[in-house]
Design a protein around this ligand. Structure first.
Ligand SMILES: [Zn+2]
Length: 102
């Protein structure tokens, strides 16, 4: 995620929607299943834990784990969270491919 609210100055926070909805369309973003675009900074609409899980789930595909060792050394709840994130990503990619081919 490109925005880090802690490092944004006031002008960037206003443009990215860190404090309130932004009118700057360049910073609006969409999410599968939602009709309207989000006009707030994504970091304000989720939790740090959810962002870490999403980031680490992406690294697992490259064989990088948060804890030392392999699959069996990782926390079960973490592996389950990775499964949920990766299934959602796969479904989203499949939907995008379907739209491109239609
Ligand atoms: Zn922000």
């Amino acid at each position: 995620m490109t925005c880090d609210c802690a490092t944004c100055d006031e002008k960037e926070k206003a443009a990215r929607g860190c404090e309130r909805e932004t009118a700057d369309r360049r910073h609006w973003w969409k999410l599968e299943g939602y009709k309207e675009p989000f006009r707030r900074c994504p970091r304000k609409l989720t939790t740090p834990t959810a962002l870490y899980v999403a980031a680490f789930a992406g690294l697992v595909g490259d064989g990088v784990f948060p804890d030392a060792g392999g699959w069996v050394d990782q926390a079960a709840v973490y592996l389950r969270a990775c499964s949920v994130v990766n299934a959602a990503r796969a479904a989203s990619e499949e939907k995008k491919r379907g739209r491109r081919n239609s």
